[in-house]
Design a protein around this ligand. Sequence first.
Ligand code: SF4
Ligand code: SF4
Length: 139
Amino acid sequence: MAEAKNAPLIGKDALGREVRDLSKVPWWGVDRKEIEWYPTIDYDKCVTCGICFVTCGRRVFDFDKKEGKVIVARPYNCMVACQTCMNLCPTGAISFPDASYIKKLVAQNKIVKKAFEIIKPLLAEDHLSPKETETKPEP
Ligand code: SF4
Ligand code: SF4
């Protein structure tokens, strides 16, 4: 499985921090660019505090010096299902798709089952059966 730390370096951000192209790293085998999960900034609410830009370790955000604003520069670098920046934003300017989008993705790609297979050697024999880890997409 490709790892984030091995993703190609593509330059530096406005703060001089290294940027990797994490869109090349599949998510549970799914091409990252096929997953529409990334933040959207509502500029009517954004006060350019910078916390999203400074804290996101995946360099999804950057700073547009010309416009004087934080931008979503690398949307597919975003970690699928993460919402940290939305939770940190002081003005509620960041939004994401509905959580049902992620739940559907998890079910369609049998991700709970895959995760369970990984931790299975650590569990007692009478823990969940593989059947209990199967999830079906919501209608
Ligand atoms: S959700 Fe997480 S990974 Fe995605 S942009 Fe926000 S802080 Fe970064
Ligand atoms: S955290 Fe919110 S208010 Fe601050 S720069 Fe980001 S979007 Fe704007």
